[in-house]
Ligand binder design. Structure first.
Ligand SMILES: Nc1nc2c(ncn2[C@@H]2O[C@H](COP(=O)(O)OP(=O)(O)OP(=O)(O)O)[C@@H](O)[C@H]2O)c(=O)[nH]1
Length: 302
């Protein structure tokens, strides 16, 4: 007899930088969500689809849950909790070397308020600590919350990822698959292209600036010769920011554009012509349209 098909949603939650995007990419086996060393890089509720036997696991990669101050931050937190509430299973990532931080405690406190959730614990970055340190941390975390199951993983090195994935597959409810088997992400290609450019900007620019800009893919043109022309706009809040992104004689934006183009060529597997323009829009952080482009809800007021 063949196994029944299963399909469901898994939300990855945790503090910024816990390794959610890295884990998602490790399970889906392709780069779908941008990964950088900087915190709070994930804005949209990006999904990746993983297959394991007869199970289809749809991952919701949520923005790090943190204390929101600005409107954009609040929209991100809203999206994070929205992702958790829709999920069949939630996986909380805690960094092994940081242990139970104040931020981690706040998330656990919030989880306690929601009895409907099934939450597994994944202690990530175990490559950074000694094995005996993990026992104490596991006990401490399981005292703080009744996790369905505990995993010790290194999302980056791949340790424990297969076990976690196999377990999640078994947790998915029986039902038909939600996506075609070969589809890895339901993000529109335009959004993936914007994310790739935003990642390159984040890697290249310093400090706060990456959080004060947004990238939109305005035009996507498939050409007869098999190549694609992509036009992107980078919105910044200030003139000064525009100058930084352009750099001396346009060198910075050229380097960013080149890096993004190379990645797009690899991702799309065809020639790419990429054009970027930087626009100053003092109020982009308060414009509803910018939010829907990022897959976030815009709330009136603050
Ligand atoms: N040593 C080690 N580093 C890891 C591991 N998993 C992730 N990292 C690193 O931790 C950093 C943050 O990882 P991300 O996957 O971007 O974290 P995130 O939780 O998605 O972050 P936000 O998008 O800011 O919420 C990156 O530099 C990763 O390479 C791991 O298992 N071991």
């Amino acid at each position: 007899m063949t196994e029944p098909t299963r399909a469901g949603f898994v939300a990855l939650i945790g503090e910024p930088n816990a390794g959610k995007s890295t884990l998602l990419n490790a399970m889906v086996g392709a780069k779908v969500s941008i990964v950088t060393h900087k915190v709070q890089t994930t804005r949209a509720r990006i999904r990746g689809v993983a297959m394991e036997g007869q199970s289809q696991i749809v991952f919701v990669d949520t923005p790090g849950i943190f204390r929101p101050r600005r409107r954009l931050d609040r929209a991100m937190v809203q999206a994070a909790w929205g992702g958790a509430a829709d999920a069949d299973t939630v996986v909380l990532l805690i960094e092994a070397h940081r242990g139970l931080t104040e931020g981690g405690k706040a998330i656990i406190e919030a989880l306690r308020q929601r009895e409907d959730l099934r939450v597994a614990l994944a202690i990530n970055k175990i490559d950074k600590v000694k094995a005996d340190a993990l026992l104490g941390l596991t006990a401490q975390l399981n005292d703080a919350y009744p996790f369905t199951k505990t995993f010790m993983i290194s999302a980056e090195k791949g340790h424990g990822v297969a076990d976690l994935k196999a377990w999640l597959a078994g947790e998915m409810p029986e039902g038909p698959w939600l996506y075609p088997e070969d589809q890895i992400a339901d993000l529109p290609l335009r959004m993936i292209a914007s994310e790739i450019t935003r990642e390159k900007l984040t890697l290249r620019l310093h400090e706060e600036l990456p959080y004060q800009l947004t990238v939109e893919t305005e035009n996507w043109e498939e050409r007869e010769d098999g190549s694609v022309r992509i036009d992107q706009l980078i919105y910044v809040a200030r003139d000064g920011h525009k100058g930084i992104i352009l750099g001396h004689k346009g060198e910075t934006i050229k380097a960013i554009s080149k890096a993004a183009r190379l990645e797009l060529i690899e991702f799309l597997d065809r020639p790419v012509h990429l054009f970027m323009q930087v626009k100053v829009r003092p109020n982009w952080l308060d414009e509803a349209e910018r939010y829907s482009e990022m897959g976030l809800d815009f709330k009136d007021g603050n």
